[in-house]
Design a protein around this ligand. Structure first.
Ligand SMILES: Cc1ncc(COP(=O)(O)O)c(C=O)c1O
Length: 372
């Protein structure tokens, strides 16, 4: 099935002014319809209907595997991205490098793993402006560093890390563990330069919460002990009266089963992206982030996000001299953004329309006028 970017864009039915895709992606109509249909099927009591919903899990893993450039066995479904990250970090032994300015899931997981098991040694790197660059990583590497944990796209600044260059900086033997929450489905990447990729479906994929996933490549599976492996992660699946070892596939990094409708939701969302192609979505997002940057610059509002399109994705962070004043102008016009720690984070998606960008322009103009 192929689709055009215009057809994909026409599935965005959100109210004008929505520019907060980095916080939450309003759930697509296709996903909502899937939920309604699956709920009906789960209410019938017919074994074939119940099995049909459960089988969507395989579709989801196959879709994820295709988008990640890997095979189904290396992909796991998780309640959220952070659960995947916990499976990865808790099972490490040695120095684990990350920026303390990352989204709190990364520093928290590393700190808790160190406190609980004593095998992880946190190594905090200094990232100027919060950008995890290859140079910052190379400077911070130590003999005993076994892994780098990094967001592909930083939640705060919108900086897009260069995964290939980070791989080169850490060398072939250390693990590259990537949080792809702010990029999966809207950035075409060679995920195979990493070892673990964690993500979820509730922002850019429009699938709602509960739709996490994680990929564990061969090198990761060899190095990461599945310390949180539950009964669903055992070799041969659920077993009674004995405890088999954890599975040799990525399934080892799972705990229990999930609501059958969660994978079905993610499958519908991923199929929509696959049909149009990630590259086309990325181009549409890039066009809109460029317009956001242009609007901000025309009104003299400083942009924190890199101007180079290769180093950003869907997030544009603005640093106005008064976040409260710009926030008020945006709120007055019904524009949804995230205001936090001295910045206004604007996040358009492929379906963001001219009316929405017009509202942003008006708010920025009113803010600039107040200041003059
Ligand atoms: C970069 C990043 N990682 C992780 C998360 C949280 O992911 P989850 O709720 O799936 O654990 C967020 C949420 O905003 C995020 O921006």
């Amino acid at each position: 099935m192929t689709s055009t970017i215009d057809a994909f864009r026409s599935t965005f039915e959100v109210e004008p002014g929505y520019l907060d895709w980095a916080a939450f992606g309003p759930v697509s109509a296709a996903v909502r319809e899937e939920v309604a249909a699956d709920f009906e099927m789960l209410g019938t009591g017919r074994a074939s209907s119940i099995a049909h919903v459960a089988e969507r899990q395989d579709d989801t893993c196959a879709l994820l595997a295709r988008l990640l450039g890997t095979v189904r066995d290396e992909v796991t479904l998780q309640p959220s991205a952070t659960y995947g990250l916990m499976h990865a970090v808790y099972g490490l032994s040695g120095g684990v490098l990350a920026s303390p300015a990352e989204f709190p899931n990364i520093p928290t997981v590393i700190t808790r793993a160190a406190d609980a098991f004593g095998r992880v040694r946190p190594q905090w790197l200094t990232a100027s402006e919060g950008f995890v660059t290859p140079d910052a990583v190379a400077d911070a590497l130590a003999e005993d560093t076994v892994a780098l944990v990094v967001s592909h796209v930083d939640f705060r600044t919108g900086y897009r890390a260069d995964l290939e260059a980070l791989r080169e900086a850490i060398g072939p033997d250390r693990l590259l563990i990537v949080d792809a929450v702010q990029s999966f489905g809207v950035v075409e990447a060679d995920w195979q330069v990493a070892d673990v990729v964690c993500g979820h479906g509730y922002k850019w994929l429009r699938a709602g919460r509960g739709t996490g996933f994680a990929w564990f490549g061969a090198r990761a599976r060899a190095a990461i002990q599945p310390v949180l492996s539950g009964f669903r992660g055992a070799e041969g699946g659920m077993t009674v009266d004995s405890v088999p070892p954890p599975a040799s596939s990525a399934q080892a990094y799972t705990v229990s089963g999930s609501d059958a409708m969660l994978p079905a939701r993610l499958a519908v969302a991923l199929a929509a992206v696959e049909a149009v192609g990630v590259a086309a979505v990325e181009e549409a997002v890039a066009e809109r982030t460029a317009r956001v940057i242009d609007i901000a610059q025309r009104h003299g509002i400083p942009v924190v996000t890199p101007l180079d399109p290769a180093r950003r994705a869907g997030i544009v962070s603005l640093a106005p001299e008064s976040v409260a004043a710009l926030g008020a102008e945006l709120a007055n016009r019904g524009v949804s953004v995230t205001t936090r720690s001295g910045t206004v984070r604007v996040a358009p998606h492929a379906g963001t329309d001219d009316e929405t960008l017009g509202l942003l322009d008006e708010a920025c103009a009113a803010f600039a006028q107040q200041r003059s």
